[in-house]
Ligand binder design. Structure first.
Ligand SMILES: CC(C)(COP(=O)(O)OP(=O)(O)OC[C@H]1O[C@@H](n2cnc3c(N)ncnc32)[C@H](O)[C@@H]1OP(=O)(O)O)[C@@H](O)C(=O)NCCC(=O)NCCS
Length: 183
């Protein structure tokens, strides 16, 4: 099965594909609505805008003529509203000058098609793009995906192995709660 997964890179998805992935996205990311204090989940409008924004590349995984997975990668950091592009350009001016700073966004595989190599194929293709550009790539992971799903460790290990690259934590945000209910 893994051998049959192929990846294409597209800039704008059709309405039908956007609808298909919006449904999958809602199911996949819904847990974060109640598990994460930060807003991790895009609205329908934000999702559609990203899926039709030509500045954001969509890596699609296909099994035959059926699309089963989606990952996003962009060199336009201004399309990621919760990061500071200036941080990356100040820290990596040489890469910025070569337009070689990337950000990895959403990843998801259709629930019935998991464990079939779609994710590995999409991420491998994205990594190849970044390696070819001699780029650097940022990404962020919720505490839920980091701690409960071990997603961050898996991805870091995968990148290190695939591209013999270093992966470091560059920032963290902590959300506090003051309980002033003294009743
Ligand atoms: C995470 C997800 C994209 C994996 O998709 P998938 O197509 O089933 O993955 P593949 O079949 O290519 O590979 C599965 C393998 O990748 C490994 N893996 C899981 N997370 C990984 C990661 N972040 N990086 C690299 N490998 C990872 C798994 O251990 C699994 O290996 P195994 O089969 O030996 O157990 C999928 O489970 C999903 O859509 N989850 C819901 C959305 C989500 O959590 N997205 C990630 C956070 S943005």
């Amino acid at each position: 099965m893994a051998d049959s997964v192929r990846v294409t890179v597209e800039t704008e998805l059709s309405d039908a594909t956007v609808d298909q992935f919006w449904a999958l996205y809602q199911v996949a990311f819904e847990p974060l609505l109640t598990r994460s204090a930060a807003r991790q989940v895009l609205t329908a409008e934000e999702f559609r805008a990203e899926m039709t924004d030509p500045r954001v590349d969509k890596y699609l995984a296909w099994d035959g003529d059926e699309v089963i997975g989606l990952s996003t990668l962009t060199r336009h950091l201004e399309t990621v509203p919760w990061i500071s592009p200036q941080y990356f350009t100040a820290r990596f001016p040489e890469h910025a000058a070569r337009n070689a700073i990337f950000y990895l966004g959403i990843t998801l595989t259709a629930p019935g098609r998991r464990q079939s190599g779609a994710y590995v194929a999409m991420i491998s293709s994205a990594i190849a793009t970044i390696v070819e550009a001699r780029g650097i790539c940022g990404y962020d992971v919720s505490a839920y995906h980091r701690d409960e799903m071990n997603y961050a460790d898996n991805l870091a290990r995968f990148i290190k192995r695939r591209a013999r690259a270093e992966v470091e934590v560059i920032d963290e945000q902590t959300y506090f709660l003051a309980d002033l209910d003294q009743g």
